[in-house]
Ligand binder design. Structure first.
Ligand SMILES: [Zn+2]
Length: 201
């Protein structure tokens, strides 16, 4: 009967709209942290689509207080079981020295320690320009940052200990993901090191 098909479609739509209210997790029970870089096709690289994951993107794909906030919510209350971090080669966060950026910004705005960082937390201020530099979070080694972020989240009290956490490096030059410290150029004849669409299959 046609009405059954239509009723089914309406029910599906309602479940989609009311997912959070009904405690329906995202399809892959997945939280992704990735760099905001326009060359990083997060969904394509992971083989996922709309509905599959909560995706958080920022400069560098770096763990910040808001990443902790979002990961805490999705893993404790929205049914997420896995966290994947994607950093990438040729990231803008490796392209300048912290001191250069801090100098350029202080020349523009003056006292960096006084700037507001969170509309809900006016008391959240950085103590000095040095702290401001660390807040920007420039880094040199994408493999090292990728691994250390996994370790940090694994030990974090707000992320439940059963959550599976991993990280990958997206190589802009090859358009592929790889694991930290497993450069394809080191294993050109061993294609097992290539991680292609880990969520497909
Ligand atoms: Zn980047």
């Amino acid at each position: 009967m046609l009405h059954e098909t239509v009723d089914g479609q309406i029910q599906e739509r309602l479940d989609w709209v009311l997912r959070r209210q009904r405690g329906i997790p995202n399809n892959r029970r997945l939280f992704v942290l990735a760099c905001m870089d326009e060359r990083l096709p997060v969904e394509e690289a992971l083989g996922i689509t709309t509905g599959d994951a909560h995706i958080f993107r920022n400069a560098g794909g770096l763990v910040t207080d808001d990443v902790i906030r979002s990961a805490m919510l999705t893993t404790n209350f929205f049914g997420t079981e896995e966290i994947v971090i994607i950093n990438h080669t040729e990231c803008g966060m490796m392209s300048a020295r912290t001191e250069t950026l801090v100098k350029a910004l202080s020349d523009k705005v003056g006292n960096l320690a006084a700037v507001a960082l969170d509309p809900a937390l006016p008391e959240l201020k950085l103590t000095d320009a040095n702290a401001f530099g660390r807040w920007i979070k420039m880094f040199d080694d994408v493999d090292q940052i990728s691994e250390s972020q996994v370790a940090f989240l694994r030990d974090h009290p707000l992320i439940p200990s059963h959550i599976k956490i991993s990280s990958y490096i997206y190589e802009v030059e090859s358009g592929r993901l790889r694991r930290p410290y497993e450069r394809l150029s080191d294993h050109v004849n061993d294609m097992r090191t290539m991680v292609e669409h880990p969520y497909r299959g």
